[in-house]
Design a protein around this ligand. Structure first.
Ligand code: UT7
Length: 329
């Protein structure tokens, strides 16, 4: 029996309208536009404003756009997976809330939390459901409302993150295009460098934890930076080697948008030219699970059927990896 491959057959992205510029951040914390641009590559990021709007709002718009684009009804979705680190609430899963809002009445749904590698982990999972032959339409969402866990008095983190995300539709490929292979990793000892101190079962929310700002992102940037470069480079090399690919064979490298210096280091260590690396960090910052689907969405018009694409990410956990896929349309 031939192997079934999971192909991305549509992609859609969504970002909120509000633009938080470096100039505005200069009025909030001790920072400046030049430092932010040169140290991170970020010029602006989007922020989801409005009472009662969480990550599901981003997912809702992304999935609605996706379905319209592909011309299918929400009732046709078999499974919806949402990668997020900022769920609407601890439970139920944000994926369930998105499914309900779009009318995916025949889908089961759940969240995956792998921080900045969330979209990769969810894409791998979704593609395995397609490969099983039992599922025909799987939606993978990557979305985060990072502004909900950012301390806007902490210059080490507030300049980096933004809100946004996207969604892809996976369907069985008719010509073996789609997700080909992956190398995914976790190392829980990385927790000390990047985490949220309170609000979970170890340290539930109290008036004291809130007053101490323990529900915000804590990041020790330098060790994360080094581990990110090393982790993404080795994951890409691993996936290239496993598939007997040379770097010249790759049409596009789509890295998680964490820091322009990380992206440049990875690209130069791999030896892939700048023109083949997808970068939009200057406009959206780091949207965690949202960066890769936002890149796919923005670059979709440049991809050709059969293009060889590597996705790579590194994030809290630590989590990291690379996925090799061929573009299906
Ligand atoms: O996506 C999930 C995974 N996360 C990442 O991949 C993030 C990885 N880390 C990074 O991107 C970088 O480490 C940061 C952007 C977070 C920080 O950049 P850095 O070049 O590592 O800066 P640093 O923390 O080493 O700080 C360098 C200097 C310090 O001043 P001194 O001690 O040299 O006087 C900081 O106090 O820059 C100062 N600094 C700032 N100055 C202006 C730190 N943040 C700022 C700021 N504005 N926002």
């Amino acid at each position: 029996m031939p192997t079934i491959q999971a192909a991305i057959t549509a992609v859609y992205g969504w970002t909120p309208d509000y633009v938080l510029t470096n100039a505005e951040l200069e009025n909030m914390v001790d920072t400046n536009d030049e430092w932010i641009r040169t140290r991170t590559g970020i010029h602006e990021r989007r922020i989801l404003k409005g009472e009662g709007l969480g990550t599901s709002e981003i997912g809702f718009h992304a999935v609605t756009g996706l379905l319209e684009k592909r011309g299918i009804d929400a009732s046709e979705i078999d499974l919806l997976i949402c990668a997020t680190t900022t769920p609407d609430m601890q439970f139920p899963a944000t994926a369930n809330i998105i499914s309900d809002r779009v009318g995916a009445v025949n889908a089961f749904s759940y969240d995956i939390n792998a921080a900045c590698s969330g979209f990769l982990f969810a894409l791998e999972t979704g593609s395995r459901f397609i490969q099983s032959g039992a599922y025909k339409k799987v939606v993978v969402v990557g979305a985060d409302k990072m502004s909900s866990i950012i301390d806007y008095t902490d210059r080490a983190t507030c300049i980096i993150f933004g809100d946004g995300g996207g969604a892809v539709l996976l369907e069985p490929s008719e010509d073996e295009l789609g997700v080909q292979d992956s190398s995914l990793y976790t190392d829980g000892s990385g927790k000390v460098y990047l985490h949220q101190k309170a609000g979970g079962s170890v340290k539930p929310a109290t008036a004291e934890t809130v007053a101490a700002g323990e529900h915000f992102v804590f990041q020790d940037g330098r060790p994360v930076f080094k581990a990110a470069v090393k982790g993404m480079t080795s994951a890409i090399n691993n996936v290239l080697e496993k598939n007997q690919l040379k770097v010249e064979d790759i049409d596009w490298l789509i890295p998680h948008q964490a820091n322009i210096r990380i992206l440049n280091s990875v690209a130069s260590m791999i030896g892939i030219p700048e023109k083949n690396v997808v970068v939009n960090i200057h406009r959206y910052g780091n949207t965690t699970s949202g960066t890769i689907p936002l890149c796919l969405w923005e670059w979709e018009g440049k991809f050709k059927k059969g293009d060889k694409i590597i996705l790579t990410a590194f994030g809290g956990g630590f989590t990291w990896g690379a996925i090799y896929l061929t573009w299906a349309y």
